[in-house]
Design a protein around this ligand. Structure first.
Ligand code: F6R
Length: 628
């Protein structure tokens, strides 16, 4: 949800802390864009200096141009996705202690804020915002003064740990104090925080995007850990103050990967990176002799052999990647695969045993629903394997094994290239299980891997040949009030994904259905001119399925629908029947989601662009959903 950045330098006060905070916020804005703020501290200040403003980061930048900020030694910055209190100047972070000496920023929800607020009010504290964060700021101010009384000197790190022990809910907190102008302190509970290690400077961020322009060396912080950075030191402890060894890692992408380059939007750029995302996710995972090598998983082959059921847990787009995984893994490995929305999983008392493998799919690695689902699975004794795109994030850290997707940073809120990478990783997992369990012959596995390796140019071909017809169709459809999306077999999750993309960025009512369900209700929605998008399976070897989907097209057309088909090149039946066809090259049916989804991603983007919406930052959404 919110984006958080912190900076501590060892040089005398300079413009650097403000520069780093604004740079970091620019890269983190995809996490939330309701308001933004920064706070700076330098030796000699009596109270923290801060600016905050509702709306996009540019509003804050303009405010700082009008009322410049002083040089500083440390700084913190925040970009907000409102959970608690409306998006407004007063609710924007940072929030300040009663005496003005401490500034605090926060991501998450503090569940006992109301009670703490009553207690503080009873002691004479006053509140101007409607946020839980202001409660944490006032509380930290109070506790910091208590620590000074006890120790005779300020210790913001100790004060923050005490405050962290008093809070319930989910939080990442960062704070600065004018009495300790060399440090930034942070704490995390069920919310992300990573440390960036520089030369004579150190960084904090809700993800590595906050500081990747300055350093690629990073530390993962664990659950219930606190950190204190200065220009020269990084100290990590648990909330009781016991020293903790944080795990170092190197960020595997460059700052330029999170920049828009010459593209109109990040979404446009990221759709064009679809082929690369698939290619990079396959890279280095197949031996010279054609055997899949997933040693990185750190789960023994014996354990994999013992798995008799898989449950995929994920949210939104990632859950549709999980649905594709179900079709492929059941076919290749012949064990049952359930795909479940993570938000529903632990509330239905799922049957989990040590032989169940729970696969948590997440681009961000921070989705709270998915994190809670995997914790539940591990508590019940099942093993959890994460398919994730973000190093240093919570979901891989809390899983038994991780298969990283190598899609590179995904900045646009609507997930595109990460979806293709998730499907690719799920195929790799399925083929690996087939290899370990012996459910496929070796040459079948290597042929399938070869077919997979041939997919990136096919995805590229869809982008190269279909962009114009997609754009043209978007122009024709821009005033449509609603859309239906239909698909069968692996086309069904793609119908769901196509509908979600259009809904979230073009704000159009859409429904995705299994095509077979059409006559059980949805067909009642079809009226003259209603656009219906149909994912058509290839006729090769699947004549019955193909024929059934063709009947669905004819049924809706008979009621006046305008049909847009996604179909395999050369499918003459479709060319004769559908009003518009988005063509994709021939490929194995199980891999068709990798090409079928591409025109639907482009279509959603074109529709949103034609309606003059911000395709990268759709209203009410944020990239990383760190609350349940
Ligand atoms: C849709 C979208 C969301 C995410 C979902 C899960 O375009 O981006 O539906 O797929 O919030 O996010 P991750 O994959 O980060 O767990």
């Amino acid at each position: 949800m919110c984006g958080i950045v912190g900076y501590a330098g060892s040089a005398p006060a300079s413009e650097k802390p403000l520069e780093v905070c604004l740079q970091g916020l620019k890269r983190l804005e995809y996490r939330g864009y309701d308001s933004a703020g920064v706070a700076l501290v330098a030796p000699g200040m009596n109270t923290v200096v801060f600016r905050k403003k509702a709306g996009r980061l540019s509003n804050l930048v303009n405010q700082i141009k009008r009322t410049p900020m002083p040089d500083a030694t440390v700084g913190i910055g925040h970009t907000r996705w409102a959970t608690n209190g409306a998006p407004s100047d007063v609710n924007a972070h940072p929030h300040i202690s009663q005496d003005g000496k401490i500034a605090l920023i926060h991501n998450g929800i503090i569940e006992n804020a109301q009670q703490l607020k009553f207690d503080l009010q009873a002691e004479g504290y006053s509140f101007s915002s409607g946020t839980d964060t202001e409660v944490a700021a006032k509380l930290l101010g109070k506790i910091a003064n208590q620590v000074i009384e006890e120790k005779g000197e300020p210790d913001l790190f100790e004060a923050l740990r005490r405050v962290s022990r008093m809070l319930t809910g989910a939080f990442t907190l960062l704070a600065v104090d004018v009495r300790q102008p060399q440090i930034v302190v942070g704490a995390r509970h069920d919310s992300p925080l990573v440390v960036g290690l520089g030369d004579g400077e150190n960084f904090l961020g809700s993800d590595v995007a906050a500081f990747v322009a300055y350093t690629k060396q990073a530390l993962e912080l664990g659950q219930d850990e606190a950190v204190c950075i200065s220009g020269t030191d990084v100290t990590v402890t648990d909330f009781d103050g016991n020293a903790v060894d944080a795990k170092p890692f190197t960020v595997d992408w460059d700052a330029s990967a999170s920049e828009k380059g010459g593209w109109d939007s990040f979404m446009d750029k990221e759709i064009h990176e679809d082929p690369e995302a698939v290619k990079n996710t396959l890279l280095g995972r197949v031996d010279l002799d054609g055997r899949l090598n997933l040693d990185e998983l750190h789960i023994s082959e014996d354990v994999f052999r013992s798995i008799d059921k898989i449950i995929v847990v994920a949210c939104g787009t990632a859950s549709y990647a999980g649905l594709v995984a179900k079709y492929a893994i059941e076919h290749w490995v012949r064990i049952p695969v359930e795909t479940e929305l993570a938000s529903e999983f632990r509330y239905r008392d799922p049957i989990l045993t040590p032989r169940t493998l729970v696969v948590a799919i997440s681009q961000s690695g921070e989705t709270m629903d998915t994190l809670m689902a995997l914790r539940h699975a591990r508590e019940q004794g099942s093993r959890v394997l994460a398919i994730c795109n973000t190093q240093g994030s919570s979901i891989p850290r809390e899983s038994d094994a991780v298969l990283y997707t190598h899609a590179g940073p995904e900045i646009a809120v609507a997930s595109t290239k990460a979806f293709l990478a998730q499907i690719t990783a799920a195929y790799l997992l399925g083929l690996y299980l087939a290899q370990v369990k012996g459910t496929m012959y070796r040459d079948e596995i290597s042929n399938t891997l070869e077919a997979l390796a041939a997919m990136p140019p096919k995805i590229q071909r869809v982008i190269d040949t279909q962009s114009d017809v997609v754009k043209d169709t978007a122009r024709r459809m821009v005033n449509a009030h609603s859309f239906l999306f239909l698909g069968r077999h692996v086309g069904y999750p793609i119908a769901l994904e196509g509908a979600l993309k259009l809904k979230e960025i073009a704000y159009t009512f859409t429904e995705g259905f299994a095509a077979g369900e059409l006559k059980h209700g949805p067909i009642a929605l079809v009226d003259e001119g209603e656009p219906v998008v149909v994912i058509v399976p290839p006729a090769r070897g699947r004549n019955i399925l193909h024929a059934k989907v063709m009947s669905a097209i004819e049924e809706v057309q008979a009621r006046g629908a305008f049909t847009i088909a996604v179909a395999e090149e050369g499918d003459e039946n479709v060319a004769d029947v559908a009003d518009v066809v988005f063509w994709r090259p021939e490929c194995p049916t199980l891999m068709s989601p990798l090409v079928d989804v591409v025109p639907l991603q482009l279509f959603a983007m074109d529709m949103a662009t034609l309606k003059h919406y911000d395709v990268d930052k759709p209203r009410n959404l944020a990239k990383s959903v760190t609350v349940e």
